[in-house]
Design a binder for this molecule. Structure first.
Ligand SMILES: Nc1ncnc2c1ncn2[C@@H]1O[C@H](COP(=O)(O)OP(=O)(O)OP(=O)(O)O)[C@@H](O)[C@H]1O
Length: 245
């Protein structure tokens, strides 16, 4: 179970202090699919990075399966089974896709076929990519999908994805939503997905809306989704209705 208690992240310069996260309290039971949504700049990525340990909160606590991980490094959290997929993933010159997948899975003996299966789950034609270097020659959408494949290979208990739809074409996006659905159906991992995409929000058990550094709405998908749609129609548009962006 993931428990976030009164999480605060403030940044200060000489003139003022900005409250980027202003007391976020949230409990996510095991094996749930939670979508975090809300307007641009609301604090979603900062919250995800704080859970992963990339951002150190200035107040509050994060507990994963009863362990206080608030002061732990990214590596320590990863060892406890917390994985995070960046909105804009880094590239790793010199490393092949196959190496990244083997590293992520913790198995040097990861076979070609096993590696290919992870790539297929994110809509990549596996044989075209498995031996490629993860360098600048790959497009943004390709790198993004390779990164999501490494998260799948890690088999983490908590998988956090930041806007997995961004930069991904319609066909790959359909494959990705299928993969999310399959992970959720297997009920052996908690999925936290930051998204503005209707088709991803529709997969969620629960929706958490973050705006202005606070949780402004939270509840079962069937209750919250109609409210979001109503707001969107009323002109408060922060959700993309159509294809992947
Ligand atoms: N280290 C920082 N210093 C100053 N401002 C920051 C810092 N980190 C985040 N912010 C600001 O905090 C706000 C929240 O950023 P965040 O990336 O968490 O939003 P978001 O909800 O993920 O937005 P989007 O939907 O556009 O990805 C933004 O206004 C951002 O510019």
């Amino acid at each position: 179970m993931l428990k976030i208690k009164d999480l605060v992240f403030q940044v200060s310069d000489e003139d003022r202090t900005l409250g980027i996260l202003q007391g976020i309290t949230l409990t996510i039971p095991d094996n749930k699919f939670v979508v975090i949504t809300g307007p641009n700049g609301g604090g979603k990525t900062t919250l995800a990075k704080a859970i992963m340990g990339i951002v150190q909160p200035t107040g509050g606590q994060i507990l994963w399966n009863g362990t206080d991980v608030t002061g732990m490094s990214v590596t320590e959290r990863a060892r406890l089974g917390i994985s995070y997929g960046f909105q804009q993933p880094p590239r790793f010159k010199g490393l092949r896709v196959r190496d990244l997948l083997a590293l992520a899975s913790g198995r040097e003996d990861l076979t070609h076929d096993e590696g290919c299966q992870y790539l297929t789950k994110v809509g990549l034609c596996a044989n075209d990519y498995i031996e490629r270097e993860v360098d600048a020659s790959l497009s943004g959408g390709e790198v993004k999908r390779i990164e999501i494949a490494t998260i799948l290979a890690r088999k983490s208990g908590l998988m956090i994805f930041d806007e997995p739809e961004a930069g991904i074409d319609l066909w790959s996006f359909a494959k990705l939503t299928e993969t999310f659905r399959a992970i959720h159906d297997a009920r052996n991992a908690t999925l936290v997905v930051i998204s503005h995409q209707e088709r991803i929000i529709d997969l969620a058990d629960e929706i958490v809306m973050v705006s202005g550094g606070k949780i402004t709405k939270q509840g079962p998908k069937d209750e919250i989704f109609p409210q979001i749609l109503a707001n969107t129609i009323a002109g408060c548009s922060y959700m993309s209705e159509g294809a992947a962006q």
